[in-house]
Design a protein around this ligand. Sequence first.
Ligand code: BGC
Length: 346
Amino acid sequence: MPNTRVSREIFGETAEGLAVERFTLRAADGGVAAKVLSLGGILQALEAPGKAGPPVDVVLGFPSIHGYLEKHPYFGAVVGRVANRIAGGRFAVDGKDYTLAINNGPNSLHGGIVGFDKAVWLAEQLEDGVRLTHTSPDGDEGYPGALSATVTYRLVDNKLSINYRATTTRTTPVNLTNHAYFNLAGQGSPDIYDHEVTIMAEEYLPVDDTVIPTGEVAAVKDTPFDLRSPVILRDRLPQLPGDGFDHNFCLSQSGERQTCARACHAGRGCVMTVETTQPGVQFYTANFLDGSLQGKDGCTYPRHSAFCLETQNWPDAVNKPNFPNALLRPGEEYNHTTWFTFTVSP
Ligand code: BGC
């Protein structure tokens, strides 16, 4: 018998009248629970225990479908076809040039204007999770080839895994991630300054003023990007250029499962460990949140009220020959997994 109970309910409907379901994955021990929408594969809630009191919801989001149908900063969503930025929305594959929808200054961000976060995915309930499938047609947002994507959320005890798979009919860049905004003190807490963060990366990618990597792969040693030992964000954020972290940290490119990050809110005793097969993780401290959105429990979300750890390929890899391969070819399978594990610290 699986230790997870899965239930499904109708969450709402899109402007086109498509029903959106919500799947609740609940660990039998009452610790971790995850709520996943068929719209955008959105992780709408994630309850995680602390050292006292009941588990609390540690991801930002909206209480009903309406917030998710408006423009929002990818709260909890599966991001694709290519997460993060492609410079100028341009790239070439096998000598042919492609132009994408531009939606972030001069660049294409998170799949374009209508990315995977806006799609209603086909959902199948599993014993311990939910499997979502979506086919992005040839030419979608400018990308070549029809891409069939499958994203599977599973909850096993205190570990939530997200597996991303895809195949294509023509060679295309692919980079799938989840854009959950975490606050381990509980969503709606005003800031993340008390969090202690570790990122197990020797190198990171410096960016230009449109947040495109310059191409340099820089050592973190002797910089504010050195998070190899735990840092308290209150101390580290003021040392950064700009408003906070919005950078890719470079991980092993082996494709093997590796622990890449750990975040801890000591006050609540909540620890999250992130493992992934991906070669990178974007650490983003919600620098662009401005308190204007009304979220769950009537909360608003100011700047630095959450952080994201978006496991991914390196931004703009399709245009950078020294970055990991970004292309999926017909006959190949894209297959990556990320695990979020929640433990309690004394
Ligand atoms: C990007 C940020 C962006 C955020 C929300 C992150 O992945 O790196 O620059 O503001 O997503 O779109």
